[in-house]
Design a protein around this ligand. Structure first.
Ligand code: SAH
Ligand code: SF4
Length: 382
């Protein structure tokens, strides 16, 4: 017992020292420091880490959360990622694709809500027809009264020339998660023809095109270790990315990973573990990288009603409220338990205002909320 208490005290002293070093300057953490942070489970220690990360969030982004309305443009996908509910071999979903008019109509809602930024996301399609469809959406949205908006694309792997065309048509940010920085684990989660190396190269191509570049990973993946998670954060630092969108993996019932929840663990404990890991990753990333944009993703809310607010208190500064028509939301389920299937965008905004007020935060209305890191690395003014 005495020895145990001694160990706890050692860990806490080490944690205090890590947090002091992390808050003093960015990129001050070693692999072992990151590993310790992401694996914290003791309530007091977790709180100390989250408080330090939140203090950094407030220092760099203020007590506001930037919004990007997300438009789920379609669930047609050429890929077959083993974890994803809209993978091409799932026969159980009805496929849909929004028209340019639909997308522009939803962008008008985003403008009316004063979010000033939006995300266009869909399954991955590589074709000239799709490329020019996205270009048309971008041109029409950016010429709307109330624009131009900060537009993030999340449309998967593409040729560099396609990224360049979309940038020229009005997109300024791109989110492409590496999913895991461990190529061997990536290989287990994808069919043989899905390439980690190509995804990694796409991030370099996006940077060459001048985007604010975002990546991210899933935590709590089957077979993932705390070493992997620490390496994920080191990967973000190495790639010098501007934005991070990450969240816990949540099994989808119609995928090969449907049964990958911890066997023998009660469901509640499994959800708490996924949520804790997702939040620990946000805090550890904020503590290591300081001025990047970090999203409190919807997957957190799928695990706890206040999951996204917990994400903000753990160091995130961005949320992505869904502005897709409710009729389509059920057809775009990447994982089980997707929240807000029936709330329209106005109801979502009222709900968000209330939730943020409860934690002393506000919506960053009418501001694009670009990544401070992007401007410091490129020297461009906001
Ligand atoms: N097709 C694009 C964008 C849509 S998928 C792309 O893959 O980049 C967006 C993200 O959803 C993926 O990057 C993945 O990290 C996440 N995702 C997919 N299935 C998930 C699951 N079962 N649990 C949690 N996140 C998931
Ligand atoms: Fe398609 Fe993206 Fe899902 Fe993979 S994660 S199957 S690329 S939508």
């Amino acid at each position: 017992m005495v020895e145990y208490a001694g160990k706890m005290a050692d860990n806490s002293t080490r944690l205090d020292e890590i947090l002091r070093r992390a808050t003093a300057e960015p990129r001050a953490l070693s692999h072992d420091d990151l590993k310790l942070l992401v694996s914290l489970t003791d309530e007091g220690e977790v709180k100390a880490m989250r408080d330090a990360a939140y203090e950094l969030k407030v220092r760099h982004c203020g007590k506001v959360v930037s919004m990007r309305g997300i438009i789920e443009m379609g669930n047609v996908c050429s890929k077959d990622c083993h974890y994803c509910g809209i993978r091409k071999s799932n026969p159980c979903i009805e496929r849909y694709s929004l028209s340019v008019d639909d997308v522009v109509r939803l962008a008008k809602i985003d403008i009316a809500e004063r979010y000033a930024s939006l995300v266009l996301q869909s399954g991955e399609i590589e074709s000239e027809a799709h490329t020019s469809f996205i270009e048309e959406c971008l041109r029409r949205i950016q010429s709307l009264p109330g624009g131009p908006l900060g537009i993030t694309l999340s449309l998967g792997e593409q040729e560099e020339s396609v990224y360049a065309r979309w940038k020229a048509a009005g997109a300024s940010r791109y989110l492409l998660r590496i999913e895991t920085s461990n190529p061997k684990l990536y290989a287990k989660l994808h069919p043989a023809d899905h390439s980690w190396a190509r995804r990694d190269e796409c991030l370099d191509a996006l940077r060459r095109c001048g985007y604010q570049v975002g990546t991210g990973v899933m935590s709590a993946l089957p077979g993932q270790t705390t070493d992997d998670l620490a390496s994920d954060i080191e990967y973000f630092a190495r790639k010098d990315v501007d934005m991070i969108g990450m969240g816990p993996f949540i099994p989808h019932h119609d995928t090969p990973l449907a049964d990958s929840a911890d066997t023998g663990t009660p469901k509640d404990a499994d959800r708490r573990r996924r949520l804790r890991l997702g939040l620990n990753m946000i805090s550890a990333t904020r503590l290591h990288l300081h001025d990047v944009n970090i999203a409190a993703t919807t997957a957190l809310q799928a695990l706890a009603d206040d999951g996204r607010e917990q994400g903000v208190l753990a160091g995130a500064n961005v949320m992505m409220p869904n502005i897709t028509d409710t009729a389509y939301r059920r057809k775009y389920q990447l994982y089980d338990g997707k929240p807000c299937l029936d709330e329209n965008s106005l109801a979502c905004r009222f709900c968000l205002e209330r939730r943020l007020a409860a934690i002393g935060e506000k919506i960053n209305y009418s501001k694009r909320g670009d990544s401070a890191h992007f401007f410091s690395r490129t020297g461009r003014p906001e």
